[in-house]
Ligand binder design. Structure first.
Ligand SMILES: NC(=O)c1ccc[n+]([C@@H]2O[C@H](COP(=O)([O-])OP(=O)(O)OC[C@H]3O[C@@H](n4cnc5c(N)ncnc54)[C@H](O)[C@@H]3O)[C@@H](O)[C@H]2O)c1
Length: 440
């Protein structure tokens, strides 16, 4: 498993290297400047140096990061902190040379660390990130950025004043499949982007087994508003980020409806959400998530005037496709003729059947497709590459461009989505939370 993970990272680095060597490649790269923090040349210059790291929060995602760290040659996990002994011990078993801590402040004080990885519940992201930056550490924190809008602003401002690198785990930004698809969109392959559809469906209660009732909120923090923004911060945060990335703007109006439809088990967060984000020019993102039916899986579709990019599957479809086999074109024409003769539909109506579209792969060879069903992650989804870039930043001191800004706006959109659903109102993106990044 580790060998594969490393090869994904190396293949992204190979892709960046090839971009730098072709005409127009540098311009393309400058539209995704965060990739510059994982260039192959800088990594070679580092030689055998290793970033000294501490992990804060060693639950399921923290342990997943340990698996990735084991495959990153320029990383050394020196310490692991988690007050919950079963998770701390499980993590120490994965990385036995690391020292265990119950309190992250002690770990920051006692260990000579270059950087920390934060994989705690959401409500702790802000305070721990601020403490670690103040202690002079580079920080890699899980998404979403923070639990509240004010915390987002405070972390963003602290980061701007700091000379430390800060990453939030928006792994799609470092997923080769997404990087290539975005390059194709920006080059005009699917024409003008006219809208976006994102959905994330699962059929699972999102609960974890609790050894004793007093640990319910500690273990199942995702289900309670004090610690979590529910489906929005846990799932939508990734998808809203890719939508903004596709068109280089931030939506200005937000409306939605949220309910607890099926899992009426004492949880506080919605199990069914539909949120619409409208950009100033009228384009929209439709985000939908339901966790009591998984038929539709997970997807991010960028809809263009000439085609559709299906990001999570790594395929695109063209509206007028000269690569469709002749027999298929003939069938389409027959279908069009037949439907055109139906009086209620009229001659301008064409059957909008998905079978008329042929998928084209974004990348050659096999690519991994994330079904969205795992609560931890899927293999080869960019999490290893972004973590590797962070380790590189720990050694070079170089900040990653735009990662914090992308996380900032996607998190605010999640939190505003929750607010719009709770208040039942259409919200305008508040002026006070705008930062000098992208336009509305
Ligand atoms: N990027 C992704 O795709 C992705 C996927 C899954 C989870 N996540 C994120 O990772 C984070 C962790 O999620 P998880 O599923 O691993 O949760 P988890 O409950 O499995 O793990 C959280 C851990 O943090 C520990 N913790 C709580 N308070 C702490 C403190 N003060 N100091 C140190 N540790 C503390 C808990 O004991 C627990 O072991 C969340 O922010 C989640 O949104 C991101």
């Amino acid at each position: 498993m580790n060998e594969n993970k490393e090869s994904v990272d190396l293949s992204l680095r190979g892709f960046i290297k090839s971009l730098l060597s072709v005409t127009g490649g540098a311009a393309l790269l400058s539209s995704m400047p965060w990739l510059l923090s994982c260039t192959p040349e800088k990594l070679q210059e580092l030689g055998k140096e290793k970033a000294r790291l501490g992990l804060i929060g060693s639950g399921s995602r923290g342990q997943y990061h340990i698996h990735n760290l084991l495959a990153i040659p320029h990383a050394d996990l020196v310490a692991i902190c988690d007050p919950y002994a079963p998770n701390r011990e499980a993590a120490l078993a994965l990385y036995p040379t690391a020292k265990g801590y119950e309190d992250y402040r002690q770990m920051l004080e006692k260990e000579q660390l270059d950087g920390v990885i934060i994989a705690t519940p959401l409500h702790l992201h802000a305070s721990i990130t601020l403490d670690a930056l103040a202690a002079g550490k580079h920080v890699f924190c899980e998404k979403a950025m923070t639990r509240t809008m004010d915390e987002c602003k405070a972390v963003y401002e602290a980061y701007k004043q700091s000379d430390r690198a800060l990453y939030f785990c928006m792994q799609r930004m470092y997923d080769e499949k997404y990087v290539k698809a975005m390059a194709m969109i920006h080059e005009g392959l699917i024409g003008d982007v006219v809208g976006m559809r994102c959905h994330w469906f699962r059929n699972a209660d999102w609960r974890r087994p609790v050894p004793s009732p007093d640990l319910e909120r500690w273990i199942n923090w995702r289900l309670y508003k004090e610690y979590s923004g529910g489906l929005m911060t846990e799932l939508a945060s990734h998808q809203l980020e890719v939508c903004n990335w596709a068109i280089g703007k931030v939506p200005s109006r937000i409306a939605g409806m949220g309910d607890i439809v099926f899992w009426k088990d004492g949880r506080e967060v919605y199990d069914s959400v539909n949120v619409i984000y409208q950009y100033a020019d009228g384009r929209k993102i439709n985000f939908e998530s339901l966790i009591s039916n998984k038929y539709n899986g997970m997807d991010e579709q960028i809809l263009g005037s000439k085609g559709t990019m299906d990001l999570s599957r790594g395929v695109y479809y063209l509206e007028e496709d000269d690569q469709i086999p002749g027999i298929r074109q003939l069938l389409d024409q027959v279908k069009t003729g037949v439907f055109a003769s139906i009086p209620t539909a009229g001659p301008s109506w064409r059957p909008e059947l998905q079978s008329a579209y042929v998928p084209h792969a974004v990348m050659k060879g096999s690519t991994s497709v994330n079904s969205g069903q795992s609560m931890v992650s899927s293999d080869h989804d960019g999490s290893d590459a972004i973590l590797s870039a962070f380790c590189q930043s720990c050694l070079t001191g170089e900040k990653a461009h735009d990662v914090v800004e992308e996380a900032y706006y996607s998190t605010l959109l999640c939190l505003l989505g929750n607010q719009a659903m709770e208040e039942g109102t259409v919200l305008d993106f508040p002026e006070a939370y705008k930062i000098p990044y992208l336009t509305f």
